[in-house]
Design a protein around this ligand. Structure first.
Ligand SMILES: C[S@@+](CC[C@H](N)C(=O)[O-])C[C@H]1O[C@@H](n2cnc3c(N)ncnc32)[C@H](O)[C@@H]1O
Length: 217
């Protein structure tokens, strides 16, 4: 990147952080994570890295809008040392944010080349506590379950049962769900006991589809 670009990105990053605060993201830990994780390394067009928009990452997929990343992270509320499963590694950016917050992250992606690129990128940037897998995340990742939190970054037609099973009691599942492919409701599901769940709703978002056995076909 040319040297002037760095200066430009710093200014854009400050503007993004101001926008996120105005949009209700007040959690200092999350703002610090957004400030610290270099989004320009996760996108194809670095000059747009700090625009508050989703951007293409190849294979018809996107890196989520920074506001969406911040909002889902806020709902998940990951704590240091917690084990978090992410469905939809994509560029690896959301996984890096969770790792920056001290979580051990298990991230699964259905498109092998995206997973491979994300893995290399995360290694280069030093995010050793992110473990990348290729597979159908609608089935979770049972070999490392249970998880303190599960974050789904693609749109599901319904809540996959396997994900509820792989949550610890006291764990949270954050997932956009909807019958429409263009707009989904953000749900946060808290596991009260092995059979009891408490569900809250948090507005509407637009994600790429979650494709798999318990997702879209
Ligand atoms: C919005 S992108 C994720 C953005 C990503 N979290 C990031 O930080 O760049 C959604 C991703 O979910 C993946 N995906 C869709 N269905 C999946 C499934 N069943 N299992 C795993 N990944 C899936 C897509 O291939 C895509 O990369």
């Amino acid at each position: 990147m040319p040297s002037g670009t760095n200066y430009l990105l710093k200014g854009r990053k400050r503007r993004l952080l101001r926008q996120l605060k105005q949009m209700g993201i007040k959690d200092e830990r999350i703002l610090q994570a957004i400030a610290a994780v270099p989004r320009e390394h996760f996108v194809k067009n670095p000059e747009k890295a700090y625009d508050n928009v989703a951007l293409p990452i190849g294979k018809g997929q996107t890196i989520s809008q920074p506001y969406t990343v911040a909002f889902q992270t806020l709902l998940l509320n990951p704590q240091k040392g917690e084990r978090i499963l992410e469905i939809g590694t994509g560029s690896g950016y959301q996984a890096a944010i969770l790792a920056f917050l001290g979580a051990e992250v298990f991230s699964i992606e259905r498109i092998p080349s995206l997973s491979e690129e994300a893995k290399e990128r995360l290694q280069k940037l030093g995010f050793k506590q992110v473990h990348c897998f290729v597979g159908d995340g609608t089935l979770g990742l049972p070999q490392y379950a249970p998880y303190d939190g599960i974050l789904v970054t693609a749109a599901a037609p319904a809540v996959p049962k396997q994900l509820l099973e792989q949550l610890k009691v006291g764990g949270r599942l954050v997932i956009p769900v909807g019958k429409s492919k263009s707009l989904q409701r953000m749900l946060c599901i808290y596991k009260k006991s092995s059979r009891q769940f408490e569900r809250s709703e948090h507005g509407f978002f637009a994600f790429v589809p979650l494709i798999g056995k318990e997702g879209w076909h």
